[in-house]
Every structure is written in structure tokens, then in C-alpha cells.
Design a protein around this ligand. Structure first.
Ligand code: MG
Length: 241
């Protein structure tokens, strides 16, 4: 027994050294990454849920669960002011979201009243949509801000009337059985391919007045805001993570 231990201790360093000098020792073959097909051009990847492909609003509804009332033309849907925001019928948790939006070519209004809409993850956490091309407003409420929580790193807005993209990576907050938040959510946002929110910690719900709230919730729909402006959307897809 003692002899075995002696030899084990004697050869152990040599064994470790052999491991360190062998590149094969650090290769991982299992599990393997699932194969998907990335989209060509504007097309979604093969494992995405397409929420809007320009043809119908079947995946959407009004907040009272009646049919979504936004209009569709030329493969885009547009806010019908005062008809209310629209929600996905399906609920989501952690996700990667691709969404394209366009503020009206005819510029009307100033500050928050120009091309305002919003992408609300889990119907609670807003990435602001606003025409901020030569349009000043409070920085933590401009386009690509996490509304009233984080100023975007840069203003990557295209001119009004041009299509813009958001690619959003969202980690949902988690709550324990007592309803206490035990892990914050996070958001990473690319605006027209440019990093504008770098894994920021979501403080809580988006509030126009007052502080963010952290009431427990589970998966929830994606919500798009009607702020009274003719903002359009197209090519919306999501990947559950
Ligand atoms: Mg908004």
C-alpha cells in the first residue's frame, strides 16, 4: 500500500507534465454544437421563430387579446396610432431578437414626439425606438437607450425613412419562490450592427415616472409600443436561448 502511494507521488508530476504538453488532452469532442443554417442576406437562421415576415400579424395580438390592428403594406407593418401596442401571442424568456424598424420619412414633432415606439422585452424592459437623427432628447431616452436606465454607447441612427436594425441579446431576470429577484436580467444591443448596449444589467421594469420595479414574473410576450407615431417594422425573428 505504502509502496503504491510512493510510486503514485513519484510519477504524478510526470503524468501531469505529459498532460500539459499534449494538445489532445485539452480537446473536447462531446457534446457537439447543434447544426443550424445561418440566413442568407436578410433571411433568419433556420432555428429562429419568425414573428413577422411581412405577410400577416398571426403571431401578434392587441393587449386585450383581440386581433392586432396595425396595418400591413409592402412587407412592413405600421403602428395605427391610438390602436394600442401589440404583443406576441407566445411568451419568451432569454432570447436573441432581430427586428427592423423605420421612422416616418416625413419628419414631424421634436424630442420624444418624433418617430417614437419601443421594443419591450417580456412586455417590461424597453429598448427605445425614436428618430434621433438630428433630434435631441434626454440621453437615457434616446434611440437604443434602455429607457431611463442606460444611454447608448453611440448614436447609430440612420436618417428618417431608412430601415434600421436592432439585434438584441436578452437574459431575463430570475426570481425565487418568494418572489425575490435573485439574478438581474441583462441586455446587449447592436444598432445597425454597432454595439450600443454592452451587456448592461437591467435595473427593473421601464418606468416613465419613478424607479424601476422588480416584481416576479415568468416568460412573457414581446411587446411593440404605439406612441402615436407611424413607425414601421419588418423582418422580426427571435431565437429562444
Ligand atoms: Mg418608446
Amino acid at each position: 500500500m505504502k509502496t503504491n502511494l510512493f510510486f503514485a507521488l513519484l510519477f504524478c508530476p510526470f503524468f501531469l507534465l505529459a498532460q500539459i504538453s499534449d494538445p489532445v488532452a485539452t480537446e473536447v469532442w462531446e457534446p457537439t454544437a447543434r447544426v443550424i443554417t445561418p440566413g442568407q442576406g436578410q433571411a433568419p437562421p433556420s432555428d429562429a421563430i419568425v414573428l413577422f415576415d411581412g405577410r400577416h400579424l398571426d403571431h401578434w395580438q392587441a393587449t386585450d387579446s383581440s386581433a392586432a390592428k396595425w396595418s400591413i403594406a409592402e412587407n412592413a407593418m405600421t403602428v395605427v396610432p391610438q390602436s394600442g401596442g401589440i404583443s406576441t401571442k407566445k411568451s419568451f424568456g432569454d432570447c436573441q431578437l432581430h427586428i427592423e424598424w423605420r421612422s416616418p420619412a416625413v419628419v414631424k414633432g421634436e424630442g420624444q414626439l418624433r418617430g417614437n415606439s419601443g421594443v419591450f422585452l417580456q412586455s417590461r424592459y424597453e429598448v427605445q425606438i425614436l428618430d434621433n437623427y438630428n433630434n435631441k432628447t434626454y440621453s437615457n431616452g434616446q434611440a437604443a437607450s434602455v429607457y431611463k436606465q442606460y444611454i447608448p454607447l453611440v448614436n447609430a441612427c440612420r436618417p428618417p425613412g431608412e430601415w434600421q436594425t436592432y439585434d438584441i441579446i436578452f437574459k431575463a431576470p430570475s426570481f425565487n419562490a418568494d418572489g425575490i429577484k435573485i439574478a438581474s436580467g441583462s441586455l446587449t444591443v447592436l444598432h445597425n450592427g454597432v454595439l450600443v448596449q454592452n451587456h448592461v444589467e437591467v435595473m427593473g421594469t421601464t418606468e416613465y415616472i419613478g424607479f424601476p420595479k422588480n416584481k416576479a414574473h415568468g416568460k412573457a410576450p414581446l411587446f411593440l409600443q404605439d406612441h402615436g407615431d407611424l413607425v414601421s417594422y419588418r423582418n422580426i425573428w427571435i431565437r429562444e436561448l
